[in-house]
Design a protein around this ligand. Sequence first.
Ligand code: 1GP
Length: 243
Amino acid sequence: MVYEQIKNKIQQGKKMLAVLIDPDKYNENQLIEVIGKMKESQPDFIFVGGSLVTSSLQKTVISLKKNFDIPVVLFPGNATQFVPEVDALLFLSLISGRNSEYLIGQQVVAAPQIKASGVETISVGYMLIDGGNKTSVEYMSNTTPIPHDKTDIAVATALAGEMLGLKAIYLEGGSGALHCVSEEMIAAVRKNVSLPLIVGGGVRDAETAKKIYRSGADILVVGNVLEKDLSQLQTIASARDEF
Ligand code: 1GP
């Protein structure tokens, strides 16, 4: 079970790296190339999904599963993105927003199908933090991100997620964010909440990755930078390995 793996690694004091694959951003050749790089740098998970996916998510998942043996975890933008071939699914509730459709609506639509498939679900309090530009998730979810410097709001939101029984918190700057979630905010959420902490959005280099890990993130998610410069995967994976 993927959640057990996450908990075990946290217990061992290990940091984790997830590579985000947005199926719309990779053609077949590019996918083979990124799989080759992943074999060298061994991320812990592959997240697949996006705010809007127009190509075949299932084809991408099957191709990843066929060619590589690390867990493929669905990171869906909405209920239409369910694919039963994954190892687990982040069952996200966008708790930073006040759009009921992304708090509980899409989840209701998807739940029966997910249950029937037997796929492991990991319920996640998904929190969008302003990263200095309008990101796809902000636009598609029609929600307002938590302001970048409002650490108190982020802590209160994460606490509410924990009290609701969610199993992880994801601090999301949004793919391609200009500014990552601040170290101060990550550290404050870490201090107040004992759930696994996922952080992503706008990470482009190993130095930033180290700061995010040091602030208390358990899992760092990188996507955008790899679409531009795949060599960054190795350097960011090395940053993870320093912990
Ligand atoms: C987005 O947190 C992820 O959902 C990763 O963001 O694409 O900016 O790395 P980037």
